[in-house]
Design a binder for this molecule. Structure first.
Ligand SMILES: Cc1cc2nc3c(=O)[nH]c(=O)nc-3n(C[C@H](O)[C@H](O)[C@H](O)COP(=O)(O)OP(=O)(O)OC[C@H]3O[C@@H](n4cnc5c(N)ncnc54)[C@H](O)[C@@H]3O)c2cc1C
Length: 357
């Protein structure tokens, strides 16, 4: 649930007056912003806040972007609807983030990133982003306006880092056993299933890539697919069919996941004849897609057919001053480290952009 308010330093304590904010807003000299670390303005009545860099989302991408932006001397705010940390906070153990030889809990990793961003001077507002109004250069405005459930936040640069969420199977046992055998990330959790029996649910590229990844660790990998043929690319299909450890259950769906305290079996239904069976497994990898959190963008910024934000390699979108980083963007590798790398790249691009104004 979203909690309203501020984390860290309270913005309104430092805001200027209503009229001061208005007068300043459009005449602001963007270059001078480079050296003024904390120039901000606020109108309490209309609740407008103004920063040089506005970061949407407080996961690894957004927090890394905030660290880089704040360290560059920009007034920076992170708008996050939940507790900062992002999806990685749901990982019980992260073993593939560089610098942690023995691994680290996802919660600890997310919270440390957030502390670091605040230490550098970034502020956090817990609020939900609901839309963006792009700068209207014609009307001589260089500020984009981010709409939230609480107030408008204006920024010279906006970094979209709202991530995505995995599609769930929505079957009994799934939520309760997430992190206890149910996983949505084979790259992250595969090594925990060395010598075990695992199930992969799905038939697209991700499911098949996951099955191949898991076959490096698990003794048996069963792919359960609701249809009788895969949607995955021919190349991936060729690889998977040549891997003896991987078998298929066609025309089948998972109806329940069982186990206490960890996954021990699944209940399956054949969609052609409705025959029910139970299969003993140690892990269930759900690979039925993910949904980017971009609904609030409307048609302000170009997205691909799945709703992921399209960027170039500098993580610029088609809109000047709007950048995207992490799982939310097209072709993301969907890993904490790539999200963090994206955040840094986007912030450096934002810095170049602001310097050019
Ligand atoms: C259970 C689990 C385990 C994982 N394990 C690993 C692992 O071991 N190693 C690894 O590298 N990766 C792992 N991942 C993947 C990793 O967590 C993601 O790739 C990474 O978190 C993506 O970072 P991000 O910042 O792009 O997005 P996210 O982490 O999704 O962060 C986006 C943030 O934006 C916020 N947000 C969304 N919409 C709005 C809005 N409208 N307004 C305000 N805020 C909004 C969200 O609340 C969220 O905090 C795991 C993921 C899960 C779910």
């Amino acid at each position: 649930m979203a909690a309203e308010g501020f984390i860290g330093e309270h913005f309104l304590k430092k805001g200027t007056t209503d009229s001061g904010a208005k007068a300043n807003a459009e005449s602001i000299d963007a270059r001078s912003l480079l050296v003024k670390r904390r120039r901000r303005s606020a109108t309490i009545g209309r609740s407008i806040m103004e920063y040089q860099v506005v970061v949407l989302g407080g996961g690894p991408a957004g927090l890394s972007a905030a660290i880089y932006a704040a360290r560059s001397g920009f007034s920076t705010v992170i708008l996050e609807k939940m507790l900062p940390g992002g999806q990685i906070a749901n990982a019980s153990r992260v073993e593939n983030y560089p610098g942690f030889v023995d691994g680290v809990s996802g919660m600890e990793l997310g919270q440390s990133m957030h502390r670091q961003a605040e230490k550098e001077g970034a502020e956090t507002v817990i609020t939900e982003v609901t839309g963006i109004e792009l700068a209207d250069r014609g009307a001589d405005s260089i500020f984009h306006t981010v709409k939230t459930t609480d107030q408008d936040v204006r920024g010279l640069a906006v970094i979209i880092a709202t991530g995505s969420r995995y599609r769930l199977l929505n079957v009994p046992g799934e939520i309760e056993l997430t992190g206890k055998g149910v996983s949505y990330c084979a790259t992250c959790d595969g090594p925990f299933f060395r010598g075990k029996k695992v199930l992969v649910v799905g038939g697209g590229d991700t499911a098949i890539a996951d099955a191949l990844e898991l076959s490096k660790f698990a003794n048996e990998v069963t792919v359960v697919h609701r249809r009788d043929e895969l949607r995955a690319s021919r190349a991936l299909q060729g690889n998977v069919l040549r891997t003896p450890k991987i078998q298929f259950m066609w025309n089948s769906v998972v109806e329940s996941i069982y186990g206490d305290p960890a996954v021990s079996s699944v209940r399956l239904r054949n969609t052609k004849n409705d025959i029910i069976s139970e299969l003993a497994v140690d892990g269930v990898f759900v690979a039925v897609g993910s949904v980017p959190s971009t609904g609030f963008l409307g048609d302000s910024v170009p997205v691909d057919e799945f709703g992921c934000v399209i960027t170039n390699v500098q993580l610029e979108t088609d809109v000047a001053g709007v950048f995207a980083a992490g799982d939310v963007r097209h072709d993301s590798a969907r890993q904490a480290i790539t999200a963090a790398g994206d955040g840094a790249t986007a912030a450096l691009s934002a810095r170049r952009y602001i310097s050019s104004l």
